[in-house]
Design a protein. Structure first.
Length: 148
């Protein structure tokens, strides 16, 4: 029996896949639980259209990530921190602080959780941060930690 999966099914396939399965497994398990639908002509055409649409959206997201990465490579973010009399920092600078400073200074739409520091920020100076914009695309940018 041929079915189109409506969600990921372990050991069978991913959402949108057209798979051949045992008659009983399809009729008694997958179809009643709305995990799949029967692969007739109308459903197959709909599945092909959905895959084409999703591929187009994925290509658009990747293009946007490439453009954003090109903009980020030119960015230089400055993070101001409090320092003591001997030049030691109070606290530390985290990737969240860098992400907030990046968004504030550039007005770019970047997810805070996607920004990571390449090395730990131990004091005042120059550092490198990475923004993971897409599973295949990431962009490095410069971060300067300066005293207030």
């Amino acid at each position: 029996m041929k079915v189109i999966l409506l969600q990921d099914v372990k050991n069978l396939g991913k959402k949108g896949d057209i798979v051949e399965t045992a008659e009983g497994y399809g009729r008694n398990y997958l179809l009643p639980r709305k995990m799949a639908k029967e692969a007739n002509a109308a459903n197959l055409n709909q599945a092909k259209q959905n895959k084409a649409t999703e591929a187009h959206r994925a290509a658009q997201r990747k293009d946007e990530a490439v453009m954003l990465a090109a903009q980020l490579k030119k960015v230089h973010v400055i993070v101001k921190v409090r320092v003591g009399e001997n030049g030691k920092m109070f606290g530390s600078v985290t990737s969240k602080d860098v992400a907030e400073a990046l968004i504030e200074q550039t007005k770019l739409d970047i997810d805070r959780r996607k920004v990571e520091l390449k090395s730990a920020v131990k004091g005042i100076g120059e550092y490198t941060a990475v923004a993971k914009l897409h599973p295949e695309i990431s962009a490095e940018f410069a971060v300067t930690v300066a005293a207030e």
